[in-house]
Design a protein around this ligand. Structure first.
Ligand code: FAE
Length: 546
């Protein structure tokens, strides 16, 4: 039997079992890791919790892609910005000397206010692999709605803290379906290049790829795709590829090669803390309040009154603050922004928001599956957590399937895939007065089109290779990971809930600037498009509104 009990570190003190067994070595490890993680921490914005009663020119709700672009560009234009983030700063090493824990040993740092992990891939060899953890304001939120679990990053840097770093610009010919009201020439000439530069997007060295042990799983994926006639290609990423080569050579502390990804990367990944937020910090005009959650935004004499709960690491409110802001940017992510706007409209705080608010939400067609390879086709016991390639059958079959790692540290003979599909279903957020919460009406059955599309690739590969699907990764005899999404999009769709630049009609000075603007699907992984759209919108807003 797999041991599901936790070896967690008490978030308020020192480790239990680990302290006793590893006192000597942990000190050395902390000293080493502390040096390396200091570089990571250096770039983080200085936390300067906002004072009750404060007035700020601009308040940004959330510190993910949209929020970071807005903060940087406004600061560069000479405006002081305060960012409010419900998650932690993630700038201080824990008792083990590391800021983030690995996927193989999730502890209290892993999940947002849970006492048991909720791992996306939650079974192995048919056994459940979730484990007990201490309740803490951890980095990954597995937010459960009726028909779907939505994974989101929590902390200064938003989703960039937990994501796979795949930085994909949609194909030019698909853009009309992604953002129909946006001028594609402007996006491809100006804003996508600006976003890619700002994010530090790079590509793997193809020669190194051919020889790297940690990408055997991708080479197997390529071989199988090719033999079934599917187009296959490299995918850009924000991971520092030179650093990964050094990890592989044994000259740098391992991160992607040590199972770090879902709960943060201690080295190597260029999260927003190292890119947009580091630049924002350099302006001297941006401050941030971590562990602060916005609950209300109400009009107040030309500006807005913002109510904010300050949280402790157990998730309890320690203080409620009321501040005022001339302008407020909603950048709380697709779910966070939609929930706030739907609640504020329904409870009469912002009654003039239009009826499109809460609509047009999609899961970017996410669905996962694994295939069981033959014993002569191993995928490697060492797998980089950073995906670098995918099967592109979007045009013919509506699927872009990334060849994903299964970094469990042993040979599994499995190929694993996260597919983005052209799922047409869209859900709506609504206020539930009885529970005082916002619901999402996504139905579990709405994933079926995604499964059907993904099967156009993997049924064919299985037939060609004489292989079968893995049935032990998402439950007992369950093939499809069809209960979740990593890519929530929509809920305050551009040119519908807002004007064509994210302005909320009827409320001058209120803006939406995150993934909620995008109507449910980007045909590829979404954060480059979220960043590029934010670059486009903030440029217009600075030029015309300030
Ligand atoms: P986001 O980055 O989610 O930031 C919103 C921030 O607002 C968060 O930090 C929240 O904690 C905070 N917040 C929410 N509500 C409040 C409130 N009321 N008060 C204060 N703060 C609040 O939004 N995308 C890719 O393109 N490539 C990938 O490889 C990829 N892999 C992923 C893997 C995982 C496991 C996950 C979860 C996501 C992945 N994504 C990937 C999706 C990507 O991270 C996501 O689309 C963006 O982070 C969304 O950016 P936003 O700016 O919309």
């Amino acid at each position: 039997m797999i041991d599901n009990t936790s070896d967690d570190i008490d978030p308020k003190g020192v480790s239990r079992r680990r302290f006793i067994t590893a006192t000597g070595s942990i000190v050395g490890a902390a000293a080493l890791a502390g040096r390396a993680t200091a570089a990571q921490a250096e770039a983080v914005l200085a936390a300067a919790p906002i004072a009750d009663g404060a007035h700020v020119p601009v308040l940004v709700i959330g510190t993910g892609y949209g929020g970071s672009v807005a903060a940087l560009r406004l600061a560069q234009a000479g405006v002081d910005v305060h960012m409010v983030e419900m998650g932690m700063a993630w700038d201080t090493p824990g008792p083990d000397g590391k800021i983030f824990c690995s996927t193989l040993a999730p502890d209290h740092r892993s999940y947002w206010l849970r006492t048991r992990t909720k791992q996306p891939l939650n079974y192995f060899l048919g056994f459940p692999i979730d484990r007990n953890i201490s309740r803490y304001t951890g980095i990954l939120d597995a937010e459960e709605f009726g028909g779907i679990t939505v994974y989101q990053g929590r902390g200064v840097g938003g989703g960039s803290l937990v994501n796979g770093g795949m930085a994909v610009t949609p194909k030019r010919e698909e853009f009309g379906t992604v953002l129909p009201s946006v001028n594609a020439d402007e996006m491809y000439d100006t804003y996508y290049p600006r976003a890619n530069a700002g994010l530090g997007v790079g590509a793997i060295d193809p020669a190194w790829f051919e020889s790297a042990a940690c990408y055997q799983y991708s080479r197997v994926g390529r071989k199988h795709a090719g033999r079934s006639g599917f187009p296959f290609g490299f995918v850009p990423n924000v991971y520092d590829w030179d650093y990964m080569e050094r990890e592989s050579a044994g000259t740098a502390t391992k991160s992607a090669l040590a199972g770090e990804i879902l709960y943060g990367n201690n080295h190597g990944k260029k999260s927003l803390q190292r890119t947009y937020l580091a630049q924002a910090k350099a302006t001297g005009r941006v401050t941030v309040s971590p562990l602060h959650q916005v609950t209300s935004v109400a009009p107040a004499g030309g500006g807005y009154t913002v109510v904010i709960d300050q949280l402790d690491t157990g998730g309890d409110t320690t203080t409620t603050k009321t501040v005022t802001a001339d302008r407020v940017f909603f950048a709380a992510g697709s779910v966070g922004t939609s929930k706030l706007l739907v609640k504020l409209k329904a409870t009469g705080v912002l009654p003039g928001l239009n009826d499109e608010v809460g609509k047009g939400w999609g899961d970017n067609g996410n669905v996962m599956c694994g295939r069981a390879n033959h014993l002569w086709d191993p995928t490697g016991g060492l797998q980089s957590t950073i995906p670098c390639a995918g099967i592109d059958n979007w045009t013919a079959g509506g699927v872009f399937a990334e060849v994903a790692p299964l970094p469990v540290g042993i040979e599994t003979f499995a190929s694993f895939y996260l597919s983005i599909t052209k799922n047409p279903n869209r859900a709506q957020f609504s206020w539930n007065a009885a529970t005082g919460k916002v619901d999402l009406n996504w139905q579990a059955a709405w994933k079926q089109p995604s499964v059907t599309m993904a099967k156009t690739i993997f049924d064919k590969i299985n037939a060609k290779e004489g292989t079968i699907y893995r049935t032990d990764l998402f439950g007992v005899y369950k093939i499809w990971g069809d209960h979740l999404t990593y890519h929530p999009l929509g809920g305050a769709v551009l040119n519908r809930a807002t004007d064509n630049y994210g302005r909320l009609g009827g409320y001058p000075g209120l803006y939406v600037i995150d993934g909620s603007l995008i109507p449910g699907n980007t045909s590829v992984n979404p954060f480059v498009t979220i960043t590029a759209l934010a670059e486009r919108n903030i440029e217009k807003i600075i030029a015309t509104d300030l």
